[in-house]
Write a protein that binds this ligand. Structure first.
Ligand code: ZN
Ligand code: ZN
Length: 323
């Protein structure tokens, strides 16, 4: 059967791999669709080189159960249930955790043996394409839950790629006033469509000055979702004293906290916990993932999909992979 295999930066190939062994209570899931994530792009570009060569990529996908035929979303983290973090309800940081698509073979493969507890049924009113974009919704939920915004809080979101745009959407549900920041007007138009109260094109405007002008004392909350050192370093100048900053895209950078007294900074990249709520949010049409899908490719054309996702003139947001 076919799989998208990591051989190194700019070297990800569709190869033949052995069929999975279905041991114990595992069930076979047949891949139907998934999406390429920023993490996959970091690996593709060679920003991160710790990935084992020969590893199958993919951590945001769904398929059909071989035993029941049911459509199910596959959760990419399997936790042990009894380590320090698991006992504290933090499976993301399980000391024995397995992360499909990173530390274990991922989902961009024709079929995969999965534990039933890692499978979330997809409601009938969620389309095949929508079900391919669950991970960033779960992350947006986690970040906003963590920030606990008050109604009317200013939230500045740097970066309006797929993740940033989902943060913008979830922030509306939480009653925030969103200031969306990006370098591309086509993305900021989507931010407006999704309800952002203000948009800033960082190529044309001074982000810190504009945010200060809008919020008077600084943004109550800030999310860094652009994934650059420069934008990480900007966050202390955007947040108000005692505010909160989530670093979602990148965590490296020098934080000058001179004017960010009592502000809280935290990083967060993935959350398996919010998957059921994320699927429910999509089903209830409270978030729109469909509008973020810009390109579609077959698993056979995985390399072309990565190239497209890496070409800014293609204006990629979410690139979908189908069987
Ligand atoms: Zn991801
Ligand atoms: Zn554990």
């Amino acid at each position: 059967m076919k799989a998208a295999v990591y051989r190194g930066p700019h070297n990800i190939k569709v190869e033949q791999v052995p069929e999975p062994k279905v041991k114990g209570n595992r069930v076979l899931v047949h891949f139907k669709a998934g999406s390429i994530c920023g993490t996959d792009m970091h690996l593709y570009r060679g920003d991160w080189r710790w990935m084992k060569k020969g590893r199958i990529l993919g951590h945001d996908a769904w398929g059909t159960r071989d035993d029941t035929g049911e459509r199910v979303v596959m959760v990419p983290i399997v936790n042990c249930g009894h380590c320090y973090y698991c006992l504290r309800g933090l499976p993301t940081y399980c000391l024995k955790g397995k992360f499909y698509g990173l530390t274990r073979d991922g989902f961009f493969v024709e079929s995969k043996a999965m534990l039933p507890r890692s499978l979330i049924p997809i409601p009938s009113n969620v389309s095949d394409e929508e079900a391919a974009v669950v991970e960033p919704v779960a992350l947006a939920l986690r970040v906003l839950d963590f920030m606990k915004p008050n109604l009317g809080d200013w939230l500045t979101i740097i970066g309006q790629g797929a993740i940033g745009l989902l943060m913008t959407q979830v922030a509306q549900l939480k009653g925030c006033r969103v200031i969306a920041v990006d370098l591309e007007d086509y993305r900021l138009e989507l931010s407006q469509k999704y309800g952002a109260d203000a948009v800033i094109n960082a190529k044309k405007e001074n982000v810190i000055k504009t945010v200060r002008k809008l919020t008077k004392i600084g943004s109550d909350l800030v999310i860094e979702a652009a994934g650059t050192k420069g934008t990480v370093e900007q966050t202390p100048f955007l947040v108000k004293k005692t505010g909160k900053v989530a670093l979602v895209g990148e965590s490296k950078g020098y934080l000058n906290l001179e004017d960010a007294d009592e502000a809280l900074f935290f990083t967060i990249y993935i959350s398996p916990v919010e998957y059921p709520s994320a699927v429910e949010l999509i089903a209830r049409k409270l978030v729109d993932v469909k509008g973020l899908i810009t390109h579609r490719f077959k698993l056979d054309d995985f390399e072309k999909a990565l190239e497209t996702a890496d070409t800014p003139t293609e204006k990629p947001l979410k690139v979908i992979i189908t069987e």
